[in-house]
Design a binder for this molecule. Structure first.
Ligand SMILES: [Cu+2]
Length: 140
């Protein structure tokens, strides 16, 4: 009789401990989720500022390396020629989104040049790797 009573209270304590643990885990999970939910936001803004949304670089030469155009955002004057050089072991292309220019497949060490006569913003990509993008801004 007494042992049964003790068993009962032991069970009650066990249930209480489990409930507290679950609450703690739940709280930890919710707090942690809030933290991780804000974390990707800050990292994604960090990556976009270093890529296409970074301030344009004034240059006529773009290097294709490590699956990226570097710099990926350039400014030139109308009439200037931009040369892309592939230094990657992979084959890449330089292809305008609006179709105004397009290179052949560029193997390692190959270059492609295009002269921009009309001011405007030209977005381009590699057709083999759509995550590779770049911008050429042509000013007067
Ligand atoms: Cu590519």
């Amino acid at each position: 009789m007494q042992s049964k009573k003790r068993q009962g209270s032991a069970l009650l304590i066990a249930v209480a401990i489990i409930a507290v643990l679950l609450l703690a885990v739940g709280l930890f999970y919710v707090l942690n989720r809030k933290k991780t939910a804000t974390a990707p936001n800050s990292t994604s803004t960090a990556t976009t500022t270093t890529s296409s949304t970074g301030s344009p670089v004034t240059t006529n030469a773009v290097t294709i390396k490590d699956m990226a155009f570097t710099p990926d955002n350039i400014t030139i004057k109308a009439g200037a020629t931009v040369t892309w050089t592939n230094e990657d072991s992979q084959v890449h292309t330089v292809t305008a989104n609006d179709g105004s220019f397009a290179s052949d497949s560029l193997a390692k060490g190959k270059s492609y040049s295009h002269t921009f006569n009309t001011p405007g913003t030209y977005k381009y990509r590699c057709v083999i790797h759509p995550s590779m993008t770049g911008i050429v801004t042509v000013t007067q």
